[in-house]
Design a protein around this ligand. Structure first.
Ligand code: PAF
Length: 285
């Protein structure tokens, strides 16, 4: 596996592969790999001739009070995992390479897609994501890119941006990978102490609760929201950021749930760790 550090080296490599008619599958990441990342790499491996993974903790998607400095990093271990997953190139640029002095251009997917849910709690976050993914697409020049569905709003925004800006990159959403107990895998799970674990499970368990209620005939989103909120707050140490039943495409809140409805959740655990999760409330058979 090659490790490339500069955008110039990365684009030169991709250009050579394009001449050889090789397709490139791309997995953008912020590192601290877990099985969820490895599943994205595996999916890219199945779909393309070559796999590029970027590892860049993007400063512009963190708010001033957020965890940029504390974000978990373990480059050597990530390098081993990526190599064992059959990745061809690990692209690990510095902040100065990605945001050269004087850089002022940003990309914003305007409107509700960016402003709702996590966009309301994390102003500027999705502009940071859209900007860095644009840069990465321009540098890596992939044929397809794989993103996890755990970041369901991010995926919707990237799909919109890719269409709007004619990137010509196929966007693949990969199902959330979960721990045995149901917790959605996330690099931020590294912040969870033993005593946070039960509260952290309130997210995946409330997805199950909502599914059961819907299967038993409840369709009214406000009633489901009340039930999910009560359930989450029954776990000690939880504070709800949002609970929203939304349309999978527009992210608009729905009054009645249907087969396109996703329950999106963000919960703060013991005032330290903010976790998100989501899932369809009517599971496809
Ligand atoms: O999902 C992530 O890890 C990040 O938001 C991404 C897409 C790599 C952009 O920094």
């Amino acid at each position: 596996m090659k490790i490339l550090r500069t955008p110039q080296e990365m684009t030169a490599w991709s250009t050579e592969q394009a001449v050889l008619n090789k397709t490139i599958g791309f997995v953008p990441t912020m590192g601290f790999f877990h099985d969820g990342h490895l599943a994205l790499m595996q999916r890219a491996r199945e779909l393309a001739d070559l796999v590029v993974v970027s590892l860049f903790v993007n400063p512009t998607q963190f708010g001033p009070q957020e965890d940029l400095a504390a974000y978990p990093r373990h480059f050597d271990h990530d390098q081993e995992l990526a190599a064992s997953a059959g990745v061809d190139v690990l692209f690990a640029p510095t902040s100065e390479e990605m945001y050269p002095p004087g850089a002022t251009t940003t990309v914003t997917v305007k409107g509700d897609l960016s402003n709702r849910l996590c966009g309301a709690s994390r102003p500027g976050h999705f502009a940071g994501v859209a900007t860095v993914v644009t840069k990465l697409f321009n540098i890596v020049r992939p044929d397809l890119a794989v993103f996890g569905k755990k970041d369901f709003q991010q995926l919707a925004i990237i799909r919109r941006m890719t269409l709007d800006l004619h990137f010509g990159v196929e966007i693949i959403g990969h199902p959330t990978v979960r721990e045995k107990d149901g917790l959605a895998m996330s690099s931020r799970n590294a912040y969870l102490e033993d005593e946070d674990r039960e509260a952290a499970l309130s997210l995946s368990r409330s997805l199950e609760l909502a599914r059961t209620m819907v299967a038993n005939g409840e369709r009214d989103a406000p009633s489901l929201t009340v039930a999910v909120k009560q359930f989450i707050l029954s776990f000690s140490g939880t504070a709800v950021d949002y609970i929203s039943f939304v349309d999978q495409f527009t992210l608009a809140p729905v009054a009645e749930v249907n087969k396109d409805t996703v329950l999106a959740l963000a919960v703060k655990i013991n005032d330290r760790v903010r976790l998100i999760d989501n899932g369809f409330v009517i599971t496809k058979s």
